[in-house]
Design a protein around this ligand. Sequence first.
Ligand SMILES: Nc1ncnc2c1ncn2[C@@H]1O[C@H](COP(=O)(O)OP(=O)(O)OP(=O)(O)O)[C@@H](O)[C@H]1O
Length: 628
Amino acid sequence: MVEQKDQGGETLRFEAEVAKLLSLMVHSVYSNRDVFLRELISNAADACEKLRMKSLQQPDLLGDDPDFKIVLSADKDGGTLSIADNGIGMDRTELVENLGTIARSGTKAFLDGMTGGDGSALIGQFGVGFYSAFMVASSVEVVSRPAGSDEAWRWWSDGAGTFQLEPVPLEEAPARGTRVLLTLTDEAKTYAEQATIERVVAEYSAHVPVPIVLRIGGDGVGEKSLADGSALWRKAKSAVETSEYNEFYGHVSGQYDEPAVTIHYKAEGRHEYSVLLFVPSMKPFDLFDPERRGRVKLYVRRVYITDEADILPGWLRFVRGVIDSEDLPLNLSREMLQKNPILDAIGKGVTNRILSDLDKLAEKEAETFEKVWEAFGAVIKEGLYEDAERRDGIYKIARFRSTKGDGWRSLADYVADLRPNQTAIYYALGDDLDAIKASPQLEGFARRGIEVLLLADPVDAFWVRTALGFDGKPFQSVTQGSAELDTIPVAEGEAETDAASESAIGTLAALFQQALGERVSAVRASSRLTTSPVCLVAGAGGPDRQLEKILSAQNQTMPRGAPVLELNPGHALIKGLAEKAAAGGHAEVLEDAAVLLYGEARILDGEAPENAADHVARVGRLLTAALG
Ligand SMILES: Nc1ncnc2c1ncn2[C@@H]1O[C@H](COP(=O)(O)OP(=O)(O)OP(=O)(O)O)[C@@H](O)[C@H]1O
């Protein structure tokens, strides 16, 4: 990585992803450049909070400067702005790692997946942190001295592929912490003006939990307090404005949307803690990162402890904010964070509260709730199989697409609309809604006016497998077993069909079974179909066919059982074939029909015929015969 060395200084190359991010920053015309200041102030506040926590064990780290603060210094004539904190600071290695690479795997994946150069979409979607400084600065200098260290380092870059590092004399460095100095570009000189800085801090950073002061250069007004650093989450709800919540949400989430739900309360009783949590309105880009980590910040009596405690379950990992405990000890070690009974109890209490607030929202503001569900429903449903205790609560707020209209349906809606004699909740699994809607297995349900839930999220295959049912009704797949449809009356306006005789269908089924051999476990007449001639369903007791497919695609070892081929006795083609079978003879045509219809059923399930060449040869033979 080292390119050159002189007088103790070195030039290092940014990691490829950082270079990509920087070029986006420099070249994209993003309408809201203000956000760089929020990012740098957030970093400064985090650095102070980290040191506050560390000093609990090592009080001497604070020396004679126990009060944390962030100092903004603007020099209008010189066109510079600096953001200085007396926080934890960074040593040489940390400067290289933190300001030369991108640590978060999700960010990397996101960047890799990004095509074109639309940086504004990128910044709009998630906080890009430190590197956003290059939206307004032609060069950035970072001088840092870690708390308790006798060394200080200077990092410098103009954002063009490399950065420089060199040790600096202590008198040129902050006594403790980090100073970021921006040399503003001509278009961004306004950020050296008091009015602009005050406006941006008021909008984005007024509630970071560390005080912020502004120093204006030259013979300016001296020092002015811009934020008092008080903990917003400890204020009474009635004393906080929506705009203040939204601004604080920006700080804790690193996102640029507005929260869809704000949950602010103080729990009293066995455990005492304050909660200020937000449900975002936009999906964080790393929502489906396999680590599934939450980022709720744990505080103990106003002191930041960690955002890695995973207080909330994985299926609430999109929730952002702060939980501040009165009861936990301040010197929480990593081991103490795991399986801590107080933290467990807090996690449970807060989870229940989030569920009940979401339920209330669904009742009072259905539209807002539906947006939340649209963004996070797929994640919340993970709780249905991994959090048995919460299952009923999640059932209550879960919403589904179904064959009944385009809107969202709750399970309660579904159960209220059961057809006479209907005892199960029917669902169809698949990769996308349109494909599921088109599956032949739904036809007989439509004819009887039975609603079918359309489950298209990958997680659906998992929870529905273990679900015991809702309101005493089991969940049943439309492709599973021989659905007991005959007892449910045909819906009004649907004609009874004139079907082939039972014995003729029986003969045809036996011939088909012989022709198909082990490819199918049975062939039988179906009440599941109306317009399609055939479909495939799971064998008796076998798992849902779509679930099998999803699992085997994920390399999970589930042997795929032979399906059942169902025939539609009301379909003209099946009727014709049944008559031929009953009359005897026609062996070759009937064998072709068996193989081709089986292939067709596979195609309708989104699969290819088992033997494409054979399929094509048979179609050719039939068409030639039809011509003759
Ligand atoms: N003022 C600072 N003092 C100490 N460490 C800092 C400071 N600024 C940045 N860092 C370190 O650099 C890292 C990278 O910062 P950056 O702003 O790029 O990302 P982040 O804050 O981790 O994530 P994000 O901003 O996307 O939420 C931080 O995690 C922190 O460790």
